[in-house]
Design a protein around this ligand. Structure first.
Ligand code: ADP
Ligand code: MG
Ligand code: MG
Length: 257
């Protein structure tokens, strides 16, 4: 089994104004995710949820000022973005990038090559991709399209889950994988995440503001994220409370502190 451990993580974001001071967004995040566990992080807009996922992924704009992130004891923060992927971390971006001129099938094969350390045998690979496309109810012509170019919101999200199924990471971070999905797409995407959990026994960090996706993917742990920190942790029942009462109790407590 694998363990991603985040300890007392503080992160600043660089602003575009070079004369301005960097802004401190994460203020001491502690979180441990093991293989087979699903953790949901829920919090209002602007609370720093995406900052946490970018910091784990190694986005250069997000500067870790103190604290640590380790995967199975290895220092993630000293790894390049590629090394993090090879080590078994997967980040599905809230805003996936477009890569014109690169077909999905080439993109996926080079991603798999990078992660696995060798190019998948072409025949096997074609079969693997076909199977994954079928499971996610994606049209086969999709693999000839350019990466994310002109993809609808739902297609982008299916593409993320397609990558998840093919790359088989140890720990997957899914940032608002549910945003903008219609009911059918939400079901298909959730089923893909659940298959990944069953087949790979992977750990999942599911970042979301809505409880809707939690009807399809059951988290063992729910964390409330406000003001750059986890302010409360509990089980799935905590999501039910948020569904009913929103974040007010937590934002008020944070403002009063
Ligand atoms: P969430 O994902 O919870 O909505 P984010 O992590 O995206 O929150 O953002 C947290 C805070 O950091 C917000 O106030 C946001 O405006 C600010 N922030 C994030 N990235 C940048 C950036 N590149 N430049 C300036 N501010 C940023
Ligand atoms: Mg946001
Ligand atoms: Mg976000």
């Amino acid at each position: 089994t694998s363990v991603l451990e985040i300890k007392d993580l503080h992160v600043n974001v660089a602003t575009t104004d070079e004369n301005a001071e960097p802004i401190n967004i994460l203020k001491g995040v502690n979180l441990t995710i093991r293989s087979g566990e699903t953790h949901a992080i829920m919090g209002p807009n602007g609370s720093g949820k995406s900052t946490l996922s970018y910091a784990i992924a190694g986005h250069p704009k997000y500067v870790v000022t103190s604290g640590s992130i380790t995967l199975d004891g290895e220092d993630v923060l000293s790894m390049s973005v590629d090394e993090r992927a090879r080590a078994g971390l997967f980040l599905a971006m809230q805003y996936p990038v477009e890569v014109p001129g690169v077909s999905m099938s080439n993109f996926l094969r080079s991603a798999a090559t990078a992660v696995r350390g060798e190019a998948p045998k072409l025949r096997h690979w074609v079969k693997e991709v076909k199977g994954a496309l079928t499971e996610l109810e994606i049209d086969p012509s999709f693999s000839e399209r350019s990466v994310n170019e002109g993809f609808s919101g739902g297609e982008k999200k299916r593409h993320e889950i397609l990558q998840l199924g093919l790359l088989k990471p140890k720990i997957a971070i899914l940032d608002e994988t549910d945003s903008g999905l219609d009911v059918d797409a939400l079901r298909v995407v959730s089923e893909g995440v659940n298959r990944y959990k069953e087949r790979e026994h992977g750990g999942v960090l599911l970042i979301t503001h809505y409880t809707r996706i939690l009807r399809y993917i059951t988290p063992e742990f729910v964390h409330v994220f406000v003001g750059g920190q986890i302010v409360e942790s509990g089980g799935a029942e905590l999501a039910d409370e948020l569904e009913e009462n929103g974040y007010v109790r937590f934002t008020q407590a944070a403002a009063g502190a």
